[in-house]
Design a protein around this ligand. Structure first.
Ligand SMILES: O=c1ccn([C@@H]2O[C@H](COP(=O)(O)OP(=O)(O)O[C@H]3O[C@H](CO)[C@@H](O)[C@H](O)[C@H]3O)[C@@H](O)[C@H]2O)c(=O)[nH]1
Ligand SMILES: [Mn+2]
Length: 353
């Protein structure tokens, strides 16, 4: 008997927004009437009306663009659990994950470490993943923090996968009560939670001590490459911190540290330059067909991000139809009610993801 056709990986559903559309159209016509009114009476009033007319025209233009954006809303639902019916785990495509950091003072290494840990622990076969960290600060401290994080990852990643931990950046996870997606409140889980939390605090302490220490770095062994380097004048440094040599799906992904070459008179093109180097280096080392990029001050707030992205990238009729998936940014620790509007609350509400 023929195998039944696999269920779709994604569904695109139009969202009903008749009322918001009607309200927006009414506002648009009110704006148009205002413009006509202003225009008809421009001569009777001074420059103040001309200025008002210009501002209101600009606002109307922005209003048209905004309406345009929101007119045909669709909601894409992805089904990561169906992906494994499409392809067994060993056939899933590899993914290279890129993290960029630029300054160990402005972007403290513990933040980068949390980003990296959240990526190392995503729900995806570990032998299909590689995480590359680009350090434009060429900082031995960042490198040290990543080495320590790789040791912690050996207990953190199995813990997350075993208990289906919902948030895999430890600084967010340990903010709250012991929590697992499987609602496990057994004594064994509590004890393991406490042990991992203590280990995480130890990791923070080691990084903090390394940040605060007054004596110069010991540039021997792994750190020799950092001796005599200037931030904007140094050769390339590439260090493999973790390597999944046995190709184990439940092991740890590769973790590679890269500080690209910098020359004083050579433009480095900021993040774009760093991304170019990440693509070139990963092309030689793992050359995955898919790439995931996050900044060092972000973290994967959903352990299934790669699976969800694959539903979008693989679940289309013609794979050429989809090449890029952008997750909306959600901000943490913002001010209450977002007075400066920089958390994009409205945008998130509109796209409802
Ligand atoms: O010379 C540089 C400068 C920056 N970065 C990295 O680039 C990223 C973004 O830089 P940042 O200055 O933090 O920009 P933001 O304004 O915080 O980020 C916004 O702008 C970025 C650049 O367009 C986008 O990548 C982000 O998604 C968006 O949130 C960070 O990871 C930096 O570490 C480098 O790697 N090298
Ligand atoms: Mn940033």
């Amino acid at each position: 008997m023929a195998k039944p056709a696999p269920l779709p990986l994604q569904e695109q559903n139009p969202r009903k927004n008749t009322t918001p559309r009607a309200v927006e159209i009414i506002i648009f016509f009110l704006l148009l009437s205002l413009l006509v009114y202003r225009h008809l009476h421009l001569r009777d009033h001074g420059w103040a009306w001309v200025l008002a007319f210009c501002c209101e025209s600009w606002f109307t233009f922005i209003w048209i663009l905004t309406m345009n954006n929101k007119w045909n809303q669709i909601y894409i639902k992805t089904y990561p659990e169906r992906l494994l019916q499409w392809k067994p785990a060993h056939e899933l495509p590899p993914v290279d994950m890129f993290v960029t950091t630029a300054d160990a003072d402005l972007e403290p290494p513990i933040i980068t470490v949390n980003t990296v840990l959240s990526l190392l622990a995503v729900d995806y076969p570990a032998n299909k993943l590689a995480c590359y960290v680009s350090d434009d600060g060429c900082s031995p401290l960042t490198f040290f923090a990543l080495i320590e994080a790789s040791k912690f990852a050996k207990i953190w990643v199995p813990f997350c996968k075993k208990h289906n931990i919902p948030v895999r950046a430890p600084f967010r996870y340990f903010n709250g009560e012991p929590l697992s997606s499987s609602k496990d409140s057994s004594l064994e889980f509590q004890q393991e939670w406490k042990k991992i939390k203590d280990e995480y605090e130890l990791l923070c302490q080691k990084i903090e001590e390394a940040t605060q220490r007054s004596e110069p770095w010991d540039f021997t062994g792994e750190f020799a490459a950092f001796s005599h380097v200037e931030r904007r004048n140094h050769p390339t440094i590439i260090k493999v911190i973790l390597e999944n040599k046995e190709d184990l799906p439940n092991g740890l992904p590769h973790l590679v540290y890269i500080s690209r070459e910098k020359l004083p008179k050579h433009p480095h093109h900021f993040k774009a330059g760093a991304m170019n180097v990440l693509i070139r280096v990963s092309g030689v080392m793992t050359n995955a067909p898919f790439m995931l990029n996050v900044d060092c001050d972000m973290y994967a707030n959903n352990p299934k991000i790669v699976l969800h992205a694959m539903c979008m990238l693989l679940g289309v009729k013609n794979e050429m139809d989809s090449g890029f998936v952008q997750y909306p940014q959600c901000f943490y620790d913002g001010l209450k009610d977002d007075p400066f509007g920089n958390q994009f609350v409205v945008l998130l509400k509109v796209s409802e993801i």
